[in-house]
Write a protein that binds this ligand. Structure first.
Ligand SMILES: [Zn+2]
Length: 392
């Protein structure tokens, strides 16, 4: 097919942009913590960039896991999303009350404090850009789910629960670097919240429920340990991030990183207009998404692959078809074609087969067969074949 890609996909694949060398003199020598590295300045890594953009277009994909060695720009890419994330209404209340809930469920749907705010004609939400919340590497369970405010408890003898990282992640992107090195209890809490969209904290007499809906992005370096299969399953897309192989591209990447190091603001300004266009195109894709349908051919191809791979988890279909819908929306279409399935299938379906589960099921099948033949021979000896034949 030779149709030209949409503006969004054109920007994503615009090698001319990635190869552009900045020649303007650096004005801002070595000042730390300026603008994030521009998404469009990342050289190569098309699969990672596509996976991240699809996850931003459609949260139903279930987030992204970036798999690759150190120094392959995984964290840089995630942080660079910050300029591309949408605006949204953010609740001012720890319980996540919004005007929307008020409209749907009335005063019963919101908490007492918010009911008071409504009484004073105060808003329950503010307009805010979706943020990227980074889970600190050494995060403990208490940081993640929250806990008793110990200062208040000691100084004022008052018992109050503090919100944890999961509550702050609500409505945002939660990024977990090196997710395979995380403590099991922390990972479980995050995945439960990701699955349910909320979590509860119980401490003594206190029992609070927090809303926690977020796009989960994880990264891992497989050299440093594996991910438990049930955690792997929770991630939607799996992008493999390889080091660049083309020497020219490696040189471009080197130039980009040096330019950014000495003049982050200049670099950001250089990419500002294209970044803005990309952000607008992403917003357009998001609003197009709800109208995107899947052709029966695309559906058949997708289901066929999943069946041939013998994948058990139903998350395979969710990620495959939702990412194909996001891709169609990014390409300014309202129909998913089979080519879209081909493009997202690797990212959606790799690392979905659980070896342990396959071995378990195989053993179980053998055992079941043995048991069944024992039952058959047993019933044969009792009823001399007639009934048994009718049953089979
Ligand atoms: Zn409230």
């Amino acid at each position: 097919m030779t149709t030209s890609p949409s503006r969004l996909l054109g920007l994503l694949r615009g090698q001319s942009i990635a190869h552009k060398v900045l020649s303007s003199p650096a004005t801002n020598l070595g000042l730390a913590e300026g603008e994030p590295f521009p998404f469009l300045a990342i050289v190569g890594q098309e699969e990672m960039k596509l996976a991240l953009l699809l996850a931003v277009i459609n949260p139903a994909i279930g987030g992204v896991l970036l798999i690759g060695a150190r120094g392959t720009a995984k964290t840089t890419a995630v942080r660079s999303l910050v300029d591309l994330l949408p605006l949204r209404r953010r609740s001012l209340c720890p319980n996540g009350c919004t005007e929307e809930i008020l409209d749907e469920a009335g005063l019963d749907g919101i908490c007492n404090e918010c009911a008071q705010r409504i009484g004073y004609n105060e808003p329950l939400t503010v307009e805010d850009r979706v943020r990227i919340i980074e889970l600190p590497l050494n995060a403990a369970l208490g940081d993640v789910v929250g806990g008793i405010n110990e200062r208040l408890a000691l100084e004022q003898r008052r018992l109050r629960l503090e919100r944890g990282i999961l509550a702050f992640a609500d409505g945002n992107v939660l990024y977990i670097d090196e997710v395979n090195l995380l403590d099991d209890s922390v990972t479980d809490a995050i995945l439960d919240a990701a699955a349910q969209g909320f979590y509860t904290v119980r401490r003594g007499p206190l029992n609070l429920k927090y809303r926690s809906q977020f796009v989960l992005i994880g990264s891992m370096n497989p050299e440093e340990g594996n991910l438990r299969p049930q955690i792997m399953d929770r991630f939607g897309l799996r992008a493999v991030v390889r080091g660049l192989t083309d020497p020219e591209m490696r040189y471009s990447a080197y130039e980009q990183s040096i330019t950014y190091r000495y003049d982050p603001d200049g670099m950001s300004a250089h990419y500002a207009s294209e970044t803005l266009i990309l952000a607008e195109e992403l917003q357009a894709a998001r609003s197009r998404l709800s109208g995107v349908t899947i052709t029966s051919e695309a559906r058949k191809v997708g289901l066929g692959i999943i069946q041939k791979l013998k994948i058990d988890s139903g998350r395979a279909e969710i990620t495959l078809f939702e990412s194909a819908r996001a891709y169609a929306a990014a390409d300014e279409r309202l129909v998913v074609r089979r080519e879209d399935i081909d493009i997202v299938a690797l990212m959606a379906l790799r690392l979905r087969q659980s070896k342990g589960m396959a071995i378990f099921l195989q053993n179980q099948e053998q055992y079941d067969q043995k048991l069944q033949s024992l039952l058959m021979s047993d019933s044969n000896t009792h009823s001399h074949s007639q009934d048994a034949r009718r049953d089979s």
